[in-house]
Design a protein around this ligand. Structure first.
Ligand code: GA4
Length: 337
């Protein structure tokens, strides 16, 4: 089958699908971070072909993962009147069903938290999130964020190595910056309690088989995302329009984008609710500082592969993303003339 790199994802939102959706199971790439000699090559290969891979032996202590899951569940299990006190998510806080600011809807509840301790006061925020032990909540989130940031930087450095970039920390520096714009997101997908019904003509809001769309199809705007979920399936990626590849639930997976001048894939993905079980996931979105200039690394711009996009700041790109709908493609607005 054919993969769809960022470069070919330009254009307006896809027209309504004419053929039925196909679900196709395949084995997705796995990168073992403890096998240093092969990790860089495997990451580059995975990013080129899938924009998505599973990481094992990542070194994030299980206790950290478990305490984030526990704290998340304690929050989502609260009565909704309580949860609403932590909202709305503008940009941080609790949200239910509404995604972004342009009318996207999904069967999901979420907590959006700033992941930069210099810019976001987790302790303060935790007071509206946890009524029994706010300090425990903020400790768990802060420790998890710190651990994930290390994993992200390690992967970004392996990526630079695999791309034979002269500046091996060009990517990771943006995430280690004092003013990085990274975000932590907890998603809660309730089990399906009523028979699936199409809630609109928009295909992104329709039920799919026994499931509903929890998080509609989109690609992530940040540099890299690390996603971890409980053991409930629901995530799917799409390399080809109308064909969905299920991603079996398991520890940690992540995906990539634009600084690579079209070489890597920022894969489209979505989440369906599970008919019987709740799914909870935690996503760490590693983002540069707002003023950071995003441009293809010089090694990736050659006469054969001229620059596809004009340089832009993360602030410019982010505000474009937030002015569009979830499923829209955004990078085409930055294409070279
Ligand atoms: C997708 C990835 C992250 O979850 C997110 C999302 C953001 C939001 O939920 O507010 C966006 C979405 C995400 C992409 C397009 C815009 C922005 C909703 C939306 C319609 C936090 C992000 O950074 O981009």
């Amino acid at each position: 089958y054919h993969t769809k790199p960022w470069t070919s994802m330009v254009g307006v939102a896809a027209p309504p699908r004419a053929r039925p959706e196909k679900i196709q199971a395949i084995d997705l790439p796995v990168v073992d971070l403890s096998r240093r000699s092969e990790a860089a090559g495997r990451i580059v290969a995975a990013c080129e072909k899938y924009g998505f891979f599973k990481v094992v032996n990542h070194g994030v202590p299980w206790e950290l993962v478990a305490s984030v899951e526990e704290q998340g569940l304690m929050f989502f299990n609260k009565p909704s009147a309580d949860k609403l006190k932590a909202g709305p998510a503008n940009p941080y806080g609790y949200g239910s069903k509404n995604i972004g600011f342009n009318g996207d809807i999904g069967e999901v509840e979420y907590l959006l938290l700033g992941a930069n301790p210099n810019l976001f006061d987790m302790s303060q925020r935790a007071k509206s999130i946890s009524n029994h032990d706010p300090e425990k909540f903020s400790w768990a989130m802060r420790a998890y964020i710190a651990a994930l940031r290390d994993v992200v930087c390690e992967i970004l450095e392996l990526m630079a190595e695999g791309l034979t970039m002269a500046d091996g920390s060009a990517f990771s520096r943006m995430i280690r910056a004092a003013d990085d714009d990274s975000v932590l997101r907890l998603n809660y997908y309730p089990p399906l309690s009523s028979p699936p019904i199409a809630i609109g003509r928009d295909r992104r809001k329709e039920a799919v088989g026994d499931s509903k769309v929890g998080f509609g199809e989109h690609s992530d705007p940040q540099i890299l995302t690390v996603l971890r979920s409980n053991d409930v399936d629901g995530l799917q990626i799409s390399l080809e329009d109308g064909v969905w590849i299920p991603v079996p639930a398991d520890p940690i997976a992540l995906w990539i984008n634009a600084m690579t001048n079209g070489r890597f894939l920022s894969v489209r993905h979505r989440v369906l609710t599970n008919p019987n079980k709740m799914r909870m996931s935690v996503a760490y979105f590693a983002a540069p500082p707002l003023h950071a200039r995003i441009a293809s690394p010089p090694e990736l711009v050659t006469p054969q592969r001229p620059a596809l996009y004009r340089p832009f700041t993360w602030a410019e790109y982010k505000s474009t993303a937030y002015s569009l709908q979830l499923s829209d493609t955004r990078l085409n607005l930055f294409r070279m003339a």
